[in-house]
Design a protein around this ligand. Structure first.
Ligand code: NAD
Ligand code: UD1
Length: 339
C-alpha cells in the first residue's frame, strides 16, 4: 500500500512541486491548504501533471478540529510535511503578530494532532535565514544560528527549537528540518511555478516579469558589496531539486531505527551566484536581453550566503541535478505560460 503523506501548504510554490515528486516516488500525497497564498487551480494542474486525483482538504492548520477530522477521514497516515506558513520577510516586520500566530500555531497544532494520532514522521520547512550573515562560508549545519532580524526569520528559528523540544519530550516523533537556500524555477511542464502576488520582492520573479514586459526594468540592489562583482551572492536551487529533498527526508526517517529523532539539513546547491551572474544566466537561458539598472542597497540584505550540502548528500543520499540555467529556463517558460 502507498504511504500517505499529508502536505500542509501543498498548493503553494514548494508544496505543489513536492506533491508531484512524492507521487512520482510512490507515496500518496494529500494536500491541506487554506489558499491564503495559493490559487485553487494549482491542484487541478498537479492532477494534470500526475494524471491522478490528489485528495485536497481545504482548511486552516491553526484549526485543531479541522485537522482532527481530516486525520480521521484519511485513516492511516505515515507523515506530515509542513509547508503552511507566511513567508514574506518585509511583511512580517509590518505584521509580526499575524506571522507569529500563523507560523507558530500551525506548527504547534500539527505536532499535537500528529502526536495524539501516533503519526511518526515530520519534515519542516526551515530557511537558511537562520544563519544570518555567517562569518565563514559556506555555512554548515554546525554554523551558529543567529539572532533574527525579522519576525519571519524568528518564526523559523523558534519553530526549529519547538520541534526539537517536542522530540526531546519523549514523544514518538522522528523529525527533520530542511534549511532551504533560495528556491527558484518551476516544473518542466510549466504547469506549476511561483505565483507572486503584486510586485515581486524576490529576484527571479522580478527578472521574468521584466523580460515579459510587466515591469519596466530590474533594479540591482547595490554593486558596491565586498564580492567579486560587487553584487550580493546567494545559493539558488531549482525548486524540483528542493522538492526531491523532502522525498529523501521521508525515506530517511522511515529507515531511522530510533523512535525519537531530530536533525537539520541544508538544502542548496553548495554554490553561490551573484545578482549579475543570475542576470547573465537568465539572458543565456531565455535568449532575451534584460533591462536593468544598478540601484542602492536594499535594507536588511545580507552580503553573501551559500550552503555546504555534504550532510544531505551523504545521509539523505540526495543531490541537485539541475543547474542555474535549467532553473532560469523553467522560470521563463512558466512566466510565458502565465502571460
Ligand atoms: P507559499 O506561500 O507559496 O506556500 C505556502 C502555502 O501554505 C500556501 O499555499 C498557503 O495558502 C498555505 N498556508 C499558509 N498558512 C496556512 C494555514 N494556516 N493553513 C493552511 N494553509 C496555509 O510558500 P512557499 O514558497 O511554497 O514556502 C513554503 C514553506 O517554505 C514556508 O514555510 C516558507 O516559509 C518556507 N521557505 C520558503 C522559502 C522561499 O524562498 N520560497 C525559503 C525558505 C523557507
Ligand atoms: C529573501 C529573504 C529570505 C527568504 C527569501 C525567499 C530577506 C533579507 N531575505 O531572501 O529570508 O527566505 O527571500 O523568500 O528578505 N535583488 C535585486 N533586485 C530585486 C530583487 C532582489 O537586486 O529586485 C537581489 C537582492 O538584493 C539579493 C538577491 O537579489 O541579493 C536575492 O534576493 P531575494 O530573491 O529577495 O532573496 P533573499 O534576499 O536572498
Amino acid at each position: 500500500m502507498k504511504k500517505k503523506i499529508i502536505v500542509t501548504g501543498g498548493a503553494g510554490y514548494i508544496g505543489s512541486h513536492t506533491v508531484v515528486e512524492l507521487f512520482n516516488a510512490g507515496f500518496e500525497p494529500v494536500i491541506v491548504d487554506n489558499f491564503s497564498n495559493a490559487d485553487k487551480s494549482v491542484v487541478e494542474r498537479i492532477n494534470e501533471i500526475t494524471g491522478s486525483n490528489i485528495t485536497l482538504h481545504e482548511g486552516d492548520c491553526c484549526d485543531e478540529g479541522f485537522l482532527r477530522k481530516m486525520i480521521e477521514a484519511e485513516g492511516e497516515i505515515d507523515g506530515f510535511i509542513h509547508f503552511a506558513a507566511y513567508k514574506a520577510v518585509g511583511e512580517s516586520v509590518k505584521k509580526p503578530l499575524e506571522y507569529y500566530r500563523n507560523n507558530f500555531d500551525s506548527l504547534l497544532i500539527v505536532l499535537k494532532v500528529m502526536m495524539d494520532s501516533s503519526i511518526p514522521h515530520f519534515v519542516f520547512s526551515s530557511s537558511c535565514t537562520v544563519y544570518g550573515q555567517a562569518e565563514v562560508l559556506p555555512v554548515t549545519e554546525e554554523t551558529p544560528v543567529q539572532k533574527q532580524e525579522s519576525p519571519y526569520g524568528n518564526t523559523k528559528k523558534v519553530c526549529e527549537e519547538m520541534i526539537n523540544d517536542a522530540v526531546n519530550s519523549g514523544a514518538k516523533l522522528k523529525c527533520i528540518s530542511l534549511r532551504y537556500f533560495n528556491p527558484i524555477g518551476a516544473h518542466s511542464s510549466a504547469r506549476i511555478g511561483e505565483l507572486p502576488l503584486g510586485v515581486p520582492q524576490n529576484l527571479v520573479p522580478f527578472i521574468t516579469q521584466t523580460a515579459a514586459g510587466i515591469r519596466e526594468q530590474l533594479t540591482v540592489f547595490g554593486d558596491d558589496y565586498d564580492t567579486p562583482d560587487g553584487t550580493c551572492i546567494r545559493d539558488y536551487i531549482h525548486v524540483v531539486d528542493l522538492a526531491k529533498a523532502h522525498v529523501k527526508s521521508l525515506e530517511y526517517l522511515e529507515a531511522e531505527k530510533s523512535e525519537n529523532f531530530y536533525d537539520v539539513f541544508n538544502v542548496g546547491t553548495g554554490k553561490g551566484n551573484s545578482v549579475l551572474e543570475v542576470i547573465k544566466a537568465f539572458e543565456k537561458a531565455s535568449g532575451k536581453n534584460l533591462k536593468y539598472v544598478i540601484g542602492p542597497r536594499r535594507a536588511g540584505d545580507i552580503v553573501q550566503i551559500y550552503g555546504n550540502v555534504d550532510k544531505a548528500n551523504k545521509l539523505l543520499g540526495w543531490k541537485t541535478e539541475l543547474s542555474i540555467e535549467d532553473s532560469l529556463r523553467d522560470a521563463w517558460e512558466w512566466e510565458k505560460r502565465l502571460a
